[in-house]
Design a protein around this ligand. Sequence first.
Ligand code: ZN
Length: 143
Amino acid sequence: MRQLLLNVAATDALACVDEHGWRSRCLHCRTAVGLSITGEPWPGTTLEHIVPRAWFGKTSARALTTAFASPDDLRNLALACARCNHGKGRRSDVDGPSNSRAREVVAALLAARAMRWRDPPALISASLAARPAAAQTSPKKRR
Ligand SMILES: [Zn+2]
């Protein structure tokens, strides 16, 4: 979980790191969220699955899930405040992917995440290399 959170921060263009850890903004409301340098989330900071895990494998959600090897694909993950994450989670759980409005909301959130995407720095590229769907960075030349 901590490594996943750190990888999300590293691929979030709004996240910046210093000796105290990572600071970013909630995907929904832009409230400050963050992680310690070891990936421990601040109180109230959560890992959000933009396309809910329960939607994977459902035919009605295929257009949203097809790009991802798994729900834990970094492009499907974002830092969110607990208030937004749990609010959205409840709604998605209630509506499900057969609800066109729920699909629209999720698609817009995926687009918001894509707008904030940045390729991860070399430091964590080794751990990303084991994740084919996320390993889009060009290999660095060795001297
Ligand atoms: Zn929020």
